[in-house]
Design a protein around this ligand. Structure first.
Ligand code: NAP
Length: 259
């Protein structure tokens, strides 16, 4: 399917690995010029070079911590006028409800709620002026079904979801859509880290932890960054202009709910 995106310009945040990289690659495949970001320059540069070589699109890299105002300014300056913003960031650490104090919540809110809000606030006026724009926020299945050990994530992403619910309806008249993609278990570095934490806690081997996780998913496997990226690219496409303020689960059927 032609997504109608050739020649558009996108910021894809936190995109040297995992789901962010999956989104960057799917957009590159659709002919979108990219601004990619991560803290570590080496992996970022090598993935950017791969996308340039494979898809023939322009890719600018900005190695910085997106959670800082300086990092956000660097990304926005490098990007200029953009048509597409994919918000993503590292997720908060796991723990238990009694561990977390005010500072932990402030860090999680900064990374997973206030950073995407700041970036939306910066790019939405230009998109509205140009009468076209797409924003996709990578949040989590935990927005619909809380994950006990990820209370910081549950909280910050719920806040972002509320903001998107209201804001998406205000920008929709200008041809700008904002939607959230909610990943369930996807095979990325983040999952390897959380698998290692579970293995340490339970004494199970990493293979056992992974097998149990996969058995809990109706499709019988984890999702891939590639299929996640394709869903993101569709939400950014010309065909998705009527999809507004939605929270779309990509979880292989794990969330057992009728709606
Ligand atoms: P990942 O494989 O660990 O990749 C994270 C990416 O973000 C890397 O490119 C990393 O590069 C970059 N990054 C992290 N912190 C950053 C920062 N402060 N500034 C700029 N870039 C930063 O993670 P993932 O699995 O793709 O997860 C992406 C998001 O989806 C996370 O918020 C995660 O909690 C959420 N999520 C994932 C899953 C899943 O199953 N994978 C499920 C639910 C929710 P550097 O380290 O070099 O900065």
């Amino acid at each position: 399917m032609d997504l109608g995106l050739r020649g558009k310009r996108a910021i894809v945040c936190a995109s040297s690995k995992g789901l962010g990289l999956g989104c960057a690659e799917a957009l590159a495949e659709a002919g979108v010029d990219l601004v990619m970001n991560a803290r570590g320059a080496e992996v970022l540069e090598s993935e950017a070079a791969r996308l340039r070589d494979t898809y023939g699109v322009a890719v600018t890299t900005v190695a910085c911590d997106l959670t800082t105002p300086e990092g956000q300014a660097q990304v926005l300056d490098a990007a200029g006028a953009v048509d597409i913003l994919v918000n993503n960031n590292g997720g908060p650490p796991p723990g238990i409800w009694s561990d977390w104090d005010r500072d932990d919540f402030i860090k999680a809110l900064d990374a997973n709620m206030l950073t995407p809000i700041a970036l939306m606030k910066a790019v939405l006026p230009g998109m509205m002026d140009r009468r076209w724009g797409r924003v996709v926020n990578i949040t989590s299945v935990s927005v619909k079904a809380p994950i006990a050990t990820l209370g910081l994530s549950n909280s910050a992403r719920a806040g972002l979801t509320g903001y998107v619910g209201g804001t998406s309806r205000q920008v929709a008249p200008y041809g700008v859509t904002i939607n959230n993609l909610l990943p369930g278990l996807h095979d990325t570095d983040r999952i390897k880290t959380t698998d290692a934490a579970v293995s340490k806690q339970t004494g199970q081997s990493l293979d056992q932890v992974r097998a149990e996780r996969e058995a809990s998913i109706p499709v019988g496997r984890m999702g891939t960054p590639q299929e996640f990226g394709q869903a993101c690219a569709f939400l950014c496409s010309q065909h998705a202009g009527f999809i507004v303020g939605q929270n779309i689960l990509l979880d292989g059927g794990v969330t057992n709910a009728t709606l």
